[in-house]
Design a protein around this ligand. Sequence first.
Ligand code: ZN
Length: 374
Amino acid sequence: MRISSAFDGGNIQFVQMTEPYIAEVEIQKDRQSDFYQWFYFRLSEVQGKTSQVRISNAGGAAYPEGFVDYHAVASYDRETWFRVPTHFDGTSLTISLTPTENSVYLAYFAPYSMERHADLIAQAQCSDRATYSCLGQTHDGQDLDLLTIGEPGPNKKNCWVIARQHPGESMAEWWMEGFLNRILDEDDPVSRELLNRCTFYVVPNMNPDGTRRGHLRTNALGVNLNREWQDPSEDQCPEVFTVREKMRETGVDFFLDVHGDEALPYNFISGAYGIPSWTPDREAELENFLDAFCHASPDFQTAKGYERDQPGKANLMIGKNYVAETFKCLAMTLEMPFKDTADTPNEEFGWSPERSMLLGDAVLGAIWAWAKNS
Ligand code: ZN
């Protein structure tokens, strides 16, 4: 058995072979940080061999409850990612499989690589509806990519949609692919009417360095982007700094920040309830959006999610709270599961790239309902 992870988004450290087809490995920490949970590696020389990989430091990961009732994903062709038997004993996460091919990739969730990101941006900018801009560069010298969809104008709502502040939450960029496919589809009537009323500013990947390095949560300098919104350093956190500068230029009427949650097996939205300027009218606007999203996708729900912040207790370092307070607009975080949706499960694939893309497609129905009423 051979194990490798020296590729785009890879993360694993080989420790030892305890038996010929039983390996012990460890997940590596995000650079300059204690966070770790994302893993992505390749096994080879394993065809027909009953194999086990034991991640011995899983119990110390950022969200160990994320490994309870969790199944890792595997792929032979790097397109179809299926779930494989996985056991967590509180300390180690053991993945077992008998590969039918001689090489198999294993990951925490279906990866969305920087190479695929480059394809997504390149294809989107060729649409008549989209314009590409480079917001700046990261510590590692990668571009921060912005797509502007639709024509800006004085009577248009300015809608910002961003994903992957936390790079290990790769479902967020699969979601983006579904979102962009629909908003750029010239035959889609919802997209057509939305773009008569709104301009979309879309950042499909807020954290390219964390993505390429195989991080869970931080950029190349160990910074958690979603705790930097109030006062981002241009040097340490150019990702948030440049997006915030651009937001000031465009104004913001709507903000959606797309994430994945390690532990909860639900799709849900976290609102900006605890900000100082929260009002009953703003709560009603949020409730209307949530109702419309429930109608647009049976995979979305509102019964389960995070506890609301108490009035005045919101952390304004978090993107949705900062944007809701600064621009006095509807601003939300969307969370998708790493595991599966408990109410609408799929045993073979769990929550998947395809389902993430369909949720990104469905959200446009909810944004259309919001745009008509505001
Ligand atoms: Zn997140």
